[in-house]
Design a protein around this ligand. Sequence first.
Ligand SMILES: C[S@@+](CC[C@H](N)C(=O)[O-])C[C@H]1O[C@@H](n2cnc3c(N)ncnc32)[C@H](O)[C@@H]1O
Length: 406
Amino acid sequence: MDRIVIERLGHQGDGIASGVDGGPVYAPGTLPGEVVEGEIAAGHMAAPRIVTPVPERVSPPCRHAKRCGGCQLQHAALDFTAEWKRDVVIRALAAQGIEADVRLTETSPPHSRRRATFSARRTKKGATAGFHQKGSDVIVENPDCLVVRPALSAALPVVEALTAAGASRKSEISVLVTDSDGGLDVAVRGGARPGPVAFAELAQAHDLARLSWDGETLTRRPPTQTFGRAQVAPPPGAFLQATAEGEAALLDAVRHAVGDAARVADLFAGCGTFTLPLAETAEVAAYESDAEMLAALDRGWRHATGLRKVTTQARDLFRNPLLPDELARFDAVVIDPPRAGAEAQINQIARARVPRIAHVSCNPVTFARDTAALIAAGYALGPVRVIDQFRWSTHVELAATLTLER
Ligand SMILES: C[S@@+](CC[C@H](N)C(=O)[O-])C[C@H]1O[C@@H](n2cnc3c(N)ncnc32)[C@H](O)[C@@H]1O
């Protein structure tokens, strides 16, 4: 039996202590300052016993927290997690030599996640659906999940019915459920898609807005999301911000950055989360690699009233970033890349000297790297907002304004 003192939290939420050989020892479910004991194997204490808890430890609000892999930080007080996430951002910026005004974390409330991917498998009695157990493919049923909107918890019988219809006991299916304006929007992957009649019956019996299953789609009502004055029906499984509250905070930061710009480029625009609200006051050109998402954005714009001109272009911004002569016509740029960041595109923006940039990111490390390149090119970084749409998890998002100064 070994005894260790936890020094910090790692990016996956495990506590980390120094082992006798100087290397890290990872201990799940522990917090900095805690004394814990257990068997250490290959740098992991798989089942730590908490000898001395810290005041930041709380009883997990969810009764499934020990087993369910959906949340990593239910055992930590919300204030602790909020400060830890803020600190993750501060450290990532500091690693690039950036000192910034990093604001307090804005955490989405419980029961606010508007989409979830459930894993499901057939059983002898019918079906089981839920989230994977931590580090395993066992499915934990979690009918009273504290993270998702009630509409998603209420969708579990639908997931079970789909599982009974098309999954086997050997392999599982994955069911992405999104709460849309039109009702439940369900996208299934894996298993054997039921025939057309059973497929339509399932969608009707559960009053789904849309059911899609590995490329086959049945739409009964438009599965729209509202972006400002526009309603957009994203393609099945397309990216959406995780909570309405997080989306509103990110949009607020983007609007602040863009200010009164008359012409805006929205890079990595998705289905228009930022494009369409910005089009209330500016002409917006949306760039994104997924043509179907852009088609949805365009349809949303055409059916909305009172918006300025919006154009779309499907483009791989990693391989084919907008060049300075293309960027020259914009007063502001919004950039919200995937986790890898947008090194190539950021370098072109720096060369183009676009006056204002709204920089949104889901990865503090690539955000810091790309921001450092902009600062080196003469931009000033404003306050950094830390926006947490993934309560009780280790994820964090951030948004900031960069203004050309020299
Ligand atoms: C974090 S999401 C942001 C989407 C949108 N701004 C929103 O808030 O809904 C990143 C987007 O980048 C797109 N994307 C990923 N790789 C890309 C690439 N190489 N070029 C252009 N877009 C890409 C994805 O399809 C996704 O829509």
